[in-house]
Every structure is written in structure tokens, then in C-alpha cells.
Design a protein around this ligand. Sequence first.
Ligand code: ATP
Ligand code: MG
Length: 429
Amino acid sequence: MSKTLQAIRGMNDILPEQTPAWRYLENTVADLLDSYGYKEIRLPILEFTELFARGIGEGTDVVDKEMYTFLDRNEESLTMRPEGTAGCVRAVLEHGLTGGGQVQKLWYAGPMFRYEKPQKGRYRQFHQMGVEVFNLPGPDIDAELIVLTWRLWKKLGLADAVTLQLNSLGSSEARARYRDALVAYLQDRYDLLDEDSQRRLTTNPLRILDSKDGGTQAVLVDAPTLHDYLDEESLAHFEGLKARLDAVGIRYEINQKLVRGLDYYSRTVFEWVTDKLGSQGTVCAGGRYDGLVTQFGGKPTPGVGYAMGVERLVLLLETLGLVPDELNSPADVYICAFGEAAELAALGLSEQLRDAVPGLRLLVNAGAGSFKSQFKKADKSGARYALILGDDELAKRVVGCKPLRDDSEQQNIAWDALAEHLAACLKRA
Ligand code: ATP
Ligand code: MG
């Protein structure tokens, strides 16, 4: 017997019952970004492996352990994108979109791939919607990105379910000084660190700050803090961001342990976190990466962005019962037709109705069937009206219009009055 084929672990089918919530989220985000003047960019899923090695950096979990990398038929090393920023930077450079200091406010959406341990809120194929802004160095745009997400949470009803964590990483020089201080402090307490953190002490020491290990966290309590090492300009930038968030009334928590381990990150980092999803609580993460474009050989170009985890947001909406019911919208009208002549007439009529009543959700019975079976299907479809077309109706050029959701009487409606009749009925309901 042949083995039933299954999807790859951590790569989910998104079934018809789930897609309305996805579309609701995706459309809400897209409309909002549109209203703030952000433009969509669509990028390939496969890129040369080197892009991510340079763009995310060796010494990160993503590059060292999580990438789906393979040789193609031409022996080139390709990688399924694990995130969107690197590809976006490549694309803007390749097409000269940031030349001459041009401002770009871009967004993207799509699947990302990481070889992680699948669990609730953590998958191997997952989806992000992300934003990247180029050539705006000030805290005003960092604030705009956060304000925009805050408006999104309000629109979705999530405002009370998420909190904002904020930090500044300073300039890369400031961070280098801090790194030295942190390494010196941790080196003296090496034996108390978990194994991962011991390894990171040489590869990526700042990442130790967000270790989940209790022992390591205890050691970190008295460690030097990044804030004490920030340069003047970064401090002013951070104050500028906080002042703007205060001005619109967005609350935040300063989290000194919020870091991105790499040199091209600078200044602002933030995360929106929920306590409603267990340990996979970060639904949106971002920050400033003023050094990234030069890493790819471009001219110095300020950049800032974030990415939202679509699965986690959908889960959150579902958990909190915030997916609007009407999304699983049933049909408005179901046409039943009996006999071949009636079927032909029903098809013509249905197309006329679609022209005349924009947005009409109209199902035409397929597969013929008895009166009883067609009626059963009409009822199951959730439609509010069944239209009935048999030989009698055909001869009189009418259809029987039967309300399915209340007790009112079936009426015969002339074909040429049908569109108007239905539009009025549907409006009334
Ligand atoms: P985490 O700490 O949860 O692993 P991360 O720092 O690796 O997240 P980013 O690379 O900043 O995540 O990605 C931005 C967002 O994408 C995350 O905040 C999360 O919502 C989502 N995300 C990241 N990895 C996954 C995954 N494997 N499955 C589902 N969502 C993910
Ligand atoms: Mg991760």
C-alpha cells in the first residue's frame, strides 16, 4: 500500500475556514499602509545564499542553523528567504531606488522559511508583512512606523493585548564599547552561563542578553547596561522618538535587554509583545539598520523597518474572538433550475444579475438534482433567497423567489424586474 503523502513538518496548509481571517488581517494591513503612503514591493523567495550571509550575518541563529539552503542544477548555492529585509535592500540597490537620497517607504508580504523547532506560533514556513524605509535618518519616521502599528492594533481590537518594548542600541562605536564591557563582565562569570551563551560570548555577545536561561539571566542582573554607553546623538534620537510616542499617547516599556546582535543595527529597536500566546509572544519586531546598505556595497543609506508575524497575529485574533463573523459570508442568492432549458435560462439570468447587482454573492446550482436536493443545497449555502426556475416559470418568464431565512411567502418575479427586486430585498436585510 502506498504511504499517504503529508505536508512537511512546520509547513501548514491554510484551509478555507482559516483564509477569511488571513485575508481580513492582510487587507487591513495593506489598506493602512496605503493610507500612510507606503508602496508594495514583491520580492523573490529564492536568493543567493551569500545575500543572507552578508545581510543577516554569520553568528546569528538564522544564518548558522535555520536556513533552507541547497545547490541548484547549476551548482549555485541558493536559500529560501528566512526574512524580507535582505532581499528588499538588494532590490532597491539593484534598481537604484535609493540613489540620490531618494526616500522609499516600502512594504512586502509573503512566506519566509526557517528550520526551527515547530510549535505553536513557530513554524518552518511562516508569513510576514514587513515595512522598510530608506533615507530617513530621524526619529520622526521611527515614530511613524510605531504609530502605524499602534493604529493597526486599534483597528483590529488588539490594543489592550499588546505592549510596546523599546530600546536604543546607539551608534556602532557605542555598542562596540558596551560589548567590550559586557564581555569582560561575563568572562569573569563564564561558568555560570548556559552553553549557548558561552558560545555567543565569542560569536555574538549582545544576543546573550535575551537568553531564556534562568542562570544566565541571574548573572545579567548586575551586568553593565547599554544605556550607560550610548553616544550623545543616539540619546537625542531616542528622546526624539519617545517624545513623539508620548505626544500621541503610546505607552512603552524600556527594555535594556532588547538587542539585535549585529553591527549594522543602530539606535531604535522595538517589539510588540503579547502575553496571550504563551512563549511565542512577539508579534512585530523592528528597528533601525543604518549600516546595512553599505554592507551590501551601497552608499551609506539610513534604513528602518519591522516585520509582523502573520500566523501569530491570526492566532491572537482567533484566541481573542476578534475575527468578524461576517467574514464567513454566506451567499445572498442560490438559483435552482429544473430541466435543461431552465438550466440554460438560469445561467443567462445569473450573469445578468451579476452585471446589475455589483457584489452580489450568487450561487448557481451545479449537478442538476431533484427539487428536494437542490433546495437542501440552497439552504446549506446560507443564502437568503432561493430562485426557482422550472418549465412553468420559463413559460411565464418569471422566477420563484423564496425567502429562506424567514416565513414570508414565495413570490413570482418577472425576469426584467428581478435585479431591482433582489437589490431592494438585500438592502432591506
Ligand atoms: P523569535 O524571537 O520569536 O524567534 P525573531 O527575532 O527570530 O523571533 P524576527 O526575525 O524579528 O523574529 O521576525 C519578525 C517576526 O516574525 C517575529 O516577531 C514573529 O512574529 C515572526 N516570526 C519569526 N519567526 C517565526 C516562525 N518561525 N514562525 C512564525 N512566526 C515567526
Ligand atoms: Mg527566531
